[in-house]
Design a protein around this ligand. Sequence first.
Ligand code: ZN
Length: 405
Amino acid sequence: MIPTVLTNINIVDATRQDPLTNAAIVIREGSIHDIISRDSVPKMRDAKIVDLDGAWVIPGLIDTHNHMVSPLAPFYFPKEPIIDRYIRQGRETMDALQVGFTSLRVVGAPDFSDVAWKQAFESGLYTGPRLFVAGHALAPTAGHGQGMRCSVESDGSEGFRKLVREQIQGGADFIKVVMTGGVMGACWDDPDHAHLMDDELAAIFDVAKARGYQVAAHAASPETVKTAVLGGAYTIEHGYTLDEEAVQLMADNGTYYNPTFCITHLIPQAAVSEYHKSYVEEWPLQDDLHQRANERRPEHVEGFKMALEYGVRIASGCDAGPLKDTGLLEIELLVQNGMEPMEAIKAATLHGAAVCEMQDKIGSIEVGKLADLLVLEKNPAENIHNIRTVRMVLKGGIVVHDSDG
Ligand SMILES: [Zn+2]
């Protein structure tokens, strides 16, 4: 592969206080080989020089909580056969790559379809994002996610030991556990209720730890967040309600927090930007879910603000779909709810990489890392909506999207 030089660029990423202006990136064998001034690009024979005319380059985006397609698929597409859904998972993740998501963490999908697509993308059969996958989410009988087909159910410690082992055998990269109810569910599926008992949780954490797998905990209430952090959860998903003790524990333990704002914000009452407004028009929620989302929203935002104040490490995960829309909306919602744009970029890049246990390879623009890069017309640190001004996407140094054709 001949080296590529992206020149005449400004670099924005979480490892730099200020943008690195008038720069150039030298890419060799898919990795960032050098970062230099545009004025000192050496004469290289057989190199491809790409003059980007003052464009802004950030690391490829990473969404750390999704199911490849909206988990509400059975609601939006009630007659969709499961095979068609597997195929749509591939289509929608490939579309997400086109807007800049070079990596995704999938927190539950049917029948190891996430593992299959991961292999299809890794082998080069199709061009898609890097996937970091859970297999199925683990839930009890009458747990959250019934009918969404992203989880498998069991009961008792023996049952959950077996489920963890089966996910490992099926090719999971981490374990996803559904500790509580959720916002998008039946009336008996209450986010304030703990669904797993202590022995069941202990079984999950013990097997995962013994086998060297991290646990992502869907935990919606302060008490279950505390139990998850103390049990060794690597990430907290949702945390719709938090208290100071829960937030302090996350900060002290370096636990990553995925607020998944899309769940309580994909309704007209929360829509501020034109992108958000057109999304809710296209994808309306059924009345009961709409009401549940609206009721939960104020507490959700309050908990997030507390997490910000305590310095909790926050990642960006939308939990909704299509990812090409909701992945970007989630990053914008972090800002809408009080995060600085640069911190939101950090959530969707550097922190996302750590959540995917790939911090040595992706998440920032540094020499030695993979050249997963998003080239934008405008600076996203100035206005977060500028993440939509996509000009070019590179994954492992290969141009996978170029708006100039
Ligand atoms: Zn989810």
